[in-house]
Design a protein around this ligand. Structure first.
Ligand code: 13P
Length: 249
């Protein structure tokens, strides 16, 4: 089965309510005739407003995080129930900014992944090595560890609802992009590793996005690689005219 190009914007902690609504309106207009798969990861407080704007469009509504538990006494958390209630279909989990700024563990990330899948939400699972890992020659080891730990207990059937985003931490927001060859090497490694964890069919069907300073000027070469199936875009996703060109390739 051919994998569809899947381009996602991670808005991170950006925009006002008015800016979020405007950006969503602009994206609905520019993406309406495009044939790929598109998602926007919107701040929690603007999900409901953006949901109204993109309803019926070809854009998937994503959240940037989720609680690992059901509704209850968990101050400050946002549950799968709440996300579904406002129309969220997919959740970005394990972003490096949550791993490294907030201190999320692979154990917690795994709980969030399993919670979403059991509640009918899709997942974009982010993995990727730090610069020190890469310099020590450990990029593959780190990605393999994160894949096996974060996907523990996830079945082959559930993998149809999981997208992997390979985001080398040193490339995020830095303007430094992995070369298409370096990125492809890790993507290929991850696909082979998924085949070991599951089977070849799951590996062949899993979409693996690249993230880290992706923009229109480098997206074409990255997306031309056989194992790079899309992008998770931060900075360049905050304007329709920088995001839409990435969706052309
Ligand atoms: P940038 O595109 O700003 O480097 O961010 C990438 C990212 O972290 C997407 O999740």
């Amino acid at each position: 089965m051919a994998r569809t190009h899947y381009i996602a914007g991670n808005w991170k902690m950006n925009t006002s309510r008015a800016e979020a609504v405007k950006l969503a309106q602009d994206l609905v207009a520019v993406l309406k005739d495009k044939k790929g798969k598109y998602m926007i990861g919107v701040p929690f407080v603007y999900l409901d407003a953006v949901s109204q704007v993109i309803k019926g469009s070809n854009i998937i509504l994503g959240a940037q995080d989720v609680a690992a538990t059901a509704n209850g006494a968990h101050t400050g958390e946002v549950s799968t129930e709440m996300l579904k209630d406002v129309g969220v279909q997919t959740v970005i989990i394990g972003h490096s900014e949550r791993r490294h700024e907030i201190g999320e563990s692979d154990e917690l990330i795994n709980k969030k992944v399993r919670r979403c899948l059991s509640e009918g939400l899709d997942v974009v699972l982010c993995i990727g090595e730090l610069l020190a890992d890469r310099e020590a020659g450990n990029a593959e080891t780190v990605c393999a560890f994160q894949l096996s730990a974060d996907l523990a207990g996830v079945s082959a059937e559930q993998m149809a609802h999981v997208t992997i985003a390979y985001e080398p931490v040193w490339a995020i927001g830095t303007g430094k992009t992995a070369t298409p060859e370096d990125a492809e090497a890790i993507h290929k490694f991850c696909r082979e590793y998924i085949a070991k964890l599951y089977n070849q069919k799951v590996a062949d069907e899993t979409i693996i996005q690249y993230g880290g300073s992706m923009k229109a000027s480098n997206a074409k070469d990255l997306l031309a690689q056989p194992d790079i199936d899309g992008g998770l875009i931060g900075g360049a996703s905050l304007k329709a005219d920088t995001f839409a060109p990435i969706c052309e390739f």
